[in-house]
Design a protein around this ligand. Structure first.
Ligand code: SF4
Length: 402
């Protein structure tokens, strides 16, 4: 029985550059100057968000005024929280958002006092919001922050995003370090990888390479700045997409790791965590909007080819029927118990770089090895003698490293 219509092809328009207003539209929030469904919320002097009122007003009826904020009871509400449905003003929403991130960090004991935290900064909304919130919370958590950005070498995309990261670092007075794929990986940039994989008809695997290499690059950058912990801006929607992709690809090795809020740093790796993992993407965008954060919102040129886009589209449609679906999916993955036969073998050390590896070579070294040998398909386990056949079935597929 088909529960959902077939997944449509992603429209060509999604490849075009997008701005903050497009981001909101994609998330089904409406910048109000154009919102015809809830005219009472229109404020021409600044873009207000509609409250998600789904039905247009009937002709001849008058719109209800915005309710008072459910928290401070003085200001008018400016949004309705997607998950709880509470109508809040912008200031109360931002305070609640920050309090929830603080609770996530404290309850999960993610960042101990005195930690030097490397924030993976991409210039996008998630890492921008994460850096801003942690900067607000830093005195209370007694941590110090460093921004670490990774230059994947994607012409016309990453260079613009890095400009946004530099502006943020200057505005917040945070030290910024940029590490480049070209320096770390023997001259390989993502554009060079794309050219190489396109030759084998596998350009859609760019994100597989990029996710693995970026994880390594972030680790190197964090060590460079003397960090003790790494934080990334993955939100609940990102995590749900990853869980869904792992299910769809049968990647039991990643499913077996469960969700959790991060890793404690096995095999000498730095501990990583995701303080925004319980925040929805909509709320991340709303926080950036109310705090007037300057972020970069164009889509990577390789993103339309990524498998993740299909998982994202599916989740968006599921979310329309069940708003909590992203968190529910992450929770399900955390509670999964795999049969012993499906569990991956205990990881060892990469014979080349010493990083954690479930085979002789870690994923990053294996990918680079395949690229150097002119066998990108072998590197991602697509060839007849690919890595998938050399290792356990559960260890295949990389995608976005989480
Ligand atoms: Fe890398 Fe893919 Fe993200 Fe582009 S979309 S930055 S190629 S992981």
């Amino acid at each position: 029985m088909a529960l959902l219509p077939a997944t449509p092809q992603r429209p060509a328009a999604s490849r075009a550059a997008v701005g903050p207003a497009d981001t909101l539209r994609r998330l089904r929030c409406r910048p109000t100057p154009r919102c015809s469904r809830c005219p009472i919320w229109v404020r021409r002097e600044r873009p207000f968000l509609c409250l998600g009122l789904s039905r247009p007003l009937l002709p001849g009826t008058t719109a209800m005024p915005a309710p008072p904020c459910a928290s401070c009871h003085t200001a008018r509400a400016a949004l309705r929280r997607p998950r709880s449905g509470r109508a809040l003003c912008g200031a109360c929403f931002c305070a609640a958002f920050e309090a929830e991130v603080l609770h996530t960090v404290l309850a999960g004991r993610l960042l101990p006092p005195g930690a030097v935290v490397a924030v993976g900064a991409s210039g996008g909304k998630d890492s921008t919001v994460l850096a801003h919130v942690l900067r607000e919370l830093a005195p209370r958590l007694r941590i110090s922050l460093r921004l670490v950005a990774v230059d994947e070498g994607i012409g016309g995309y990453r260079d613009v995003a890095l400009a946004a990261v530099r502006r943020q670092a200057a505005r917040w007075d945070l030290p910024l370090t940029i590490v480049a794929y070209a320096d770390l990986f023997g001259g390989w940039t993502m554009d060079a990888v794309a050219r190489s994989t396109a030759g084998s008809g596998r350009s859609r695997n760019c994100c597989t390479f990029c996710g693995v290499l970026r994880r390594r690059a972030l680790e190197e950058g964090a060590r460079l700045v003397g960090a003790t912990h790494i934080v990334t801006g993955h939100n609940a929607d990102d995590m749900a997409e990853t869980v869904l992709m792992n299910f769809l690809r049968g990647d039991t090795a990643r499913l077996a790791r469960g969700g959790g809020l991060g890793s404690r740093g096995e095999g000498g790796a730095l501990p990583r965590c995701r303080p925004l993992q319980l925040a929805s993407q909509k709320e991340v965008v709303l926080y950036a909007h109310f705090r007037r954060l300057d972020y970069f919102s164009e889509e990577c040129v390789y993103a339309p080819e990524a498998f993740r886009g299909h998982a994202r589209d599916l989740l968006k449609r599921l979310e329309a029927a069940r708003p909590s679906v992203a968190l529910d999916l992450v929770h399900s993955a955390e509670c999964l118990a795999l049969a012993p036969a499906a569990l991956p073998p205990a990881p060892g050390a990469c014979s080349r770089c010493g990083a954690l590896a479930s085979r002789a070579l870690c994923q990053a070294c294996a990918l680079l090895d395949g690229l150097h040998r002119g066998r990108p398909r072998l590197a991602i386990g697509k060839g007849r003698r690919g890595l998938a056949e050399e290792g356990p079935p559960g260890a295949r597929g990389a995608g976005l490293a989480v």
